[in-house]
Design a protein around this ligand. Structure first.
Ligand SMILES: CC(C)(COP(=O)(O)OP(=O)(O)OC[C@H]1O[C@@H](n2cnc3c(N)ncnc32)[C@H](O)[C@@H]1OP(=O)(O)O)[C@@H](O)C(=O)NCCC(=O)NCCS
Length: 165
């Protein structure tokens, strides 16, 4: 079986995806640790950096590039008859420019090219209304709320986007 994701570069309409380089991990981890929801949920730069450094053959990690480093995308595949967006972040200066939309479209296209009736999954914090609205507009359905999953006192919402041919 071939994988819809690989460790090559992808040219997309509003950005470029490059396999994550060790030299980018510190900058990305620092930025995320100061961004909502990671800051609110108590993630430190060190925790994030360990996560991004960990070897994991089923986790495809990409730096999102425009002229500069614009964010990060980590996608777990295979996952529950599809793929799971484990981490997506566009840095604040580059949000609202359509990059997130481009990433969702690309993920969906990659999956559809490999399997009929695949699914794109994500998790969003209940305290992140902007991201919830973003996912809703991208066609994700809120499946259920998971209590205290990441941090005690905060709930996460499992999201599913069925990809029908
Ligand atoms: C959520 C997130 C990944 C979306 O990425 P993005 O690049 O900002 O998304 P887009 O630009 O495609 O869409 C965002 C909004 O901008 C609007 N937009 C899209 N293209 C646009 C453009 N060319 N110009 C202006 N606005 C645009 C969209 O209508 C969308 O509106 P909505 O939020 O009301 O749905 C990003 O904002 C982010 O990283 N946020 C912080 C971290 C986070 O919450 N991560 C996800 C959950 S863990």
């Amino acid at each position: 079986m071939t994988s819809p994701f690989s460790t090559t570069c992808y040219e997309l309409s509003s950005c470029r995806l490059i396999p994550l380089k060790p030299s980018d991990i510190q900058q990305i981890s620092e930025q995320l640790s100061h961004m909502h929801p990671w800051q609110t949920l108590g993630y430190s730069a060190t925790t994030l950096s360990h996560y991004l450094q960990r070897e994991d053959a089923c986790l495809y990690k990409y730096a999102v590039m425009t002229e500069h480093l614009a964010g990060i995308l980590c996608v777990r595949y295979p996952w529950l008859r599809g793929a799971y967006i484990e981490l997506v972040a566009i840095f604040p200066q580059q949000q609202g420019l359509g990059i997130g939309h481009t990433l969702i479209q690309w993920l969906a296209n990659q999956l559809i090219s490999e399997a009929k009736n695949a699914n794109l999954w994500a998790l969003v914090s209940a305290i992140n209304p902007q991201a919830r609205q973003f996912y809703q507009r991208e066609g994700f359905i809120e499946i259920g709320e998971l209590q205290d999953l990441v941090t005690k006192g905060y709930n996460e919402i499992l999201l599913r986007k069925p990809l029908l041919l």
